[in-house]
Unconditional design. Structure first.
Length: 210
């Protein structure tokens, strides 16, 4: 016969064992959850080929990005609001990116009728954008808008006239798009978030490990 005292001790041991197992399971669950929150979420689609003009005035096409991991955003220099935060976060991201040739940033102007290479160059200088690490593209505005909508699966629209003064002429997405070496969209990061530089960097590091 097991004594009452022994039964109590046995119950406590079983309870402690269960608590330990629950704690261990919780640790692994939340570790995986945290890891998955910064890991690129599969493949969305391949970015179509494109050719535009870089701020240097030289032609720039998608073939130059093949074999590289790159991050795209969509801004315009006359934008009085969200583009300023997006470019500031891109500048922060540039500082913490691995110093390697196969990881770059690409900003597309969605107001390319105004944003000439020279204007983009001046804008880029304001954010200390490094040549060959952060590219600024302009070109046929209709083609860029079509690329944003059909290629990157992001919204863009002409701002109603009564809001032009406030928003600069366009309503567009503030997301950063992370693209892998094969030109596939792998993840989206909210570019207005103060965490966007480190979240984007985490997505890049995940692709570097593939």
């Amino acid at each position: 016969m097991i004594s009452t005292k022994s039964k109590i001790v046995l119950v406590w041991l079983v309870a402690l064992l269960l608590c330990g197992l629950i704690a261990l399971a919780s640790y692994f669950f939340f570790s995986r959850l945290q890891e998955s929150s910064v890991r690129p979420a599969g493949t969305f689609k391949k970015v179509p080929d494109f050719e535009f003009t870089e701020r240097t005035g030289k032609p720039f096409n998608s073939k130059e990005l093949k074999g590289k991991i790159w991050v795209a955003d969509f801004i315009f220099t006359r934008c009085p609001g969200q583009c300023l935060s997006m470019s500031r976060h891109f500048a922060q991201l540039q500082k913490i990116l691995p110093k390697r040739d196969d990881v770059v940033l690409v900003s597309f102007s969605i107001d390319s009728n105004y944003d000439t290479p020279q204007i983009l160059s001046n804008y880029a200088d304001g954010y200390e954008a490094e040549a060959n690490r952060w590219f600024f593209l302009t070109g046929d505005q209709e083609k860029i808008h079509q690329l944003v909508i059909s290629g990157f699966l992001l919204p863009i629209a002409k701002t109603p006239e009564e809001r032009v003064a406030l928003e600069g002429g366009f309503t567009h997405s503030s997301r950063f798009v992370v693209i892998d070496r094969e030109g596939n969209i792998r993840s989206y990061v909210e570019g207005l978030s103060e965490d966007s530089p480190k979240d984007t960097l985490a997505a890049i590091h995940a692709l570097l490990k593939e």
